[in-house]
Design a protein around this ligand. Sequence first.
Ligand code: KE4
Length: 426
Amino acid sequence: MNHARSHAAFARAKELIPGGVNSPARAFGGVGGEPLFFARGEGAYLFDLDGNRYLDYIGSWGPMILGHCHPAVTAALHAVVDRGTSFGAPTEAESELAQLIIEAVPSVEKVRLVNSGTEATMSAIRLARGFTKRDVIVKFAGNYHGHVDSLLVAAGSAAATLAVPNSPGVTPGTAQDTLILQYNDCTGLEAAFAKHGDRIAGVILEPVVGNMGTVIPTREFLTALRSLTTKHGAVLIFDEVMTGFRVAFGGAQSVFGITPDLTTMGKIVGGGLPVGAYGGRRDIMNHILPAGPVFQAGTLSGNPLATAAGIATLKVLRDENPYPKLEQLGAQLAAGLAEAATKAGVPHSVTRVGSMLTLFFNAVPVVDWSSASQSDTARFAKFFWGLIERGVYFPCSQYEALFISAAHTPDDIRTTIAAATAALQG
Ligand code: KE4
């Protein structure tokens, strides 16, 4: 495949933008080589600058659950763009999107719209601290919640010791109020609450992890989270930026039947435009300015174009219910990838919830970061490029989930499995 125009575009971008990309996830750091530059998307497909067509399994890292250029979304944008792109004043569209979110996610009684998943999680953490008047936030290794200073941290020296920064620019003072535990570790969770329970403002987690590859919580873990946070008066925050409207219309909380106190959202809720949201219990949300004292603001929050795309997307999901189809396509792809890896004699496991899944090049069951991090990333990189050469675009890291859209077909899945089989034999 010819990638000459992507190569030239990358050379130019590197002179203008740090690393030539506006988000490191796009830089192909996990697979080597240079990132592809794209010209357009259409349904399940992306087209790069050199005209190569790919079946797209990144879907903009989750938002494009309907596929690219869904007619309802593009029509909604055309209908509003001539009325003005931003007013910095309330519009009815914001209440319409808020109502759609509240009707879809029962634990959300009130919701605030922001511009990204990071803003949503940053605000939810500040709110949990303001509501409880406590400082400590618990997170889990391998969970990513955006580039929030207090969550860009590494585990302390031993379990249940407070964290240290894992990025320059994050101060020890910021990191010291964060506790990192192991995902699916009920014992560690109980020990942390026993030691710090009266200081824990909130616990934030991905209720299905996508950011170490797809990792599924045990029922015991989710039950322990809910009971311990309730017992100690800590806020349980489900970061559903990725899982919201992805694994089900009501998010992971509707799949597992666990009710968090706050939920953060992003990606799909904006239909590909910049929307984040955080919402939950009315008594907590009413602490947010101007209803309450906890500060949070944003010039473009609830932007008319972004809310139009979000409303159109959620209405299609609500009224056309593509989830049974997404479940079938997900099961078909997961089985096909597992069969291809078995045929190739490659140690692997596949984890999946609905239309988000991961093929781990790993002989052990992946249940947390310590098992995920044993994956064979070199083999993944070879597999990734073998798929690119066959017109299939998987996430450019072993530690990301792939996403199937409602625009994919069973034939697309068969094509993908054939490409994976060939790539693994190569
Ligand atoms: P954004 O600020 O990127 O909109 O959302 C941050 C975020 C928060 N919570 C979860 C569970 C997330 O997955 C994310 C962002 N996900 C990454 C990819 N796994 C976005 C890709 C990127 O960083 O470019």
